[in-house]
Design a protein around this ligand. Sequence first.
Ligand SMILES: *[C@@H]1O[C@H](CO)[C@@H](O)[C@H](O)[C@H]1NC(C)=O
Ligand SMILES: *[C@@H]1O[C@H](CO)[C@@H](O)[C@H](O)[C@H]1NC(C)=O
Length: 327
Amino acid sequence: MVLLLSVILTLGVSWAQEQVQPCGFPEIKHGSLYNENKYKSYFPAAIGTWFYYSCKDNFVTHSGNYWDYITCTQEGWSPAVQCRRKCIFNYLENGVSPQHEKEYMEGESLRVNCHADYTFPDQQTSMTCTEDGWSPPPVCRVKYCGMPVFANATAVITGARFGVNDTLDYKCLDGYENRDGKKAGSMVCGEDGWTHLPTCYKSTEKCERPPSISNADFTSLPLAVYPPGSRIEYQCLPYYELRGSKYVTCNEGKWSEPPRCIDPCVISEQNMNKNNIRLKGKDDTTYYVKTGDLVEFVCKSGHTAATSQQSFQVVCGEGTLEYPRCE
Ligand SMILES: *[C@@H]1O[C@H](CO)[C@@H](O)[C@H](O)[C@H]1NC(C)=O
Ligand SMILES: *[C@@H]1O[C@H](CO)[C@@H](O)[C@H](O)[C@H]1NC(C)=O
């Protein structure tokens, strides 16, 4: 193909040699000349000369094929618009999508059908394939927010339809409150529907601050009240071992059982000196071990074991550890 093309081009150029040469290097928008660098020296080109070009993704050539050619004419390059946008229609958000994907060319328009209560910007009913793609984009937005279904609450206004940015106030039923601990609230109709639905729960079901446990922190900042279903995470201090679930959940006004943080073992130099032992393969400095971890000791030089061989491998148990002894 390359070779053949060169021959054609060479013939074209020699034939046109004595003609007028009105065509400069073509700037192809959204595409490029075939083997552009190689043919750069052929410009300006003479009338009748033609060159292959292709278009980038989402654009098609004049003929709709991947390759096409432009010809130098008296009026300049032909076609004048080499690459046209191709738009695909396969999905309309919140509206009726086509059963089969369809292609549209730049400049073509298409009617759209949004679902009830949804609309196109400015009540438009069609979109157009432009150089930048669909305009407007294939997305139907909420026209009205319908009256939501309330649980544990009542709307302050009734029977109305709500446009974007309209608010709807609600009141929690007696004995109920919302997540902010208030008896009333308001919601906003957004482009995708209500921003949030009212959540009112029985006041007696909320929890106060979760219990503090020793040697642990919460992973989140404390709040004044917690709605039912809230979950809080605990984190033990370094070397403390967490026992139980690290979460507590608020249910019917009570928190579930919090975890415990188990003490680590502190291996002190003093205790090791007393028993003429040292840590195997470690410096003799104070050292912390988590419950359940294994510690290995050896006799200090010049001393021999006075306890069994097994006693030199010790497991830390909830803050206590039995030292072996050497004499
Ligand atoms: C809704 O409010 C936002 C922010 O205030 C604004 O940008 C937008 O244009 C409003 N929309 C309508 C439909 O009023
Ligand atoms: C209604 O209140 C009950 C009791 O507090 C609660 O379990 C439920 O989640 C609430 N429903 C809504 C939608 O807020």
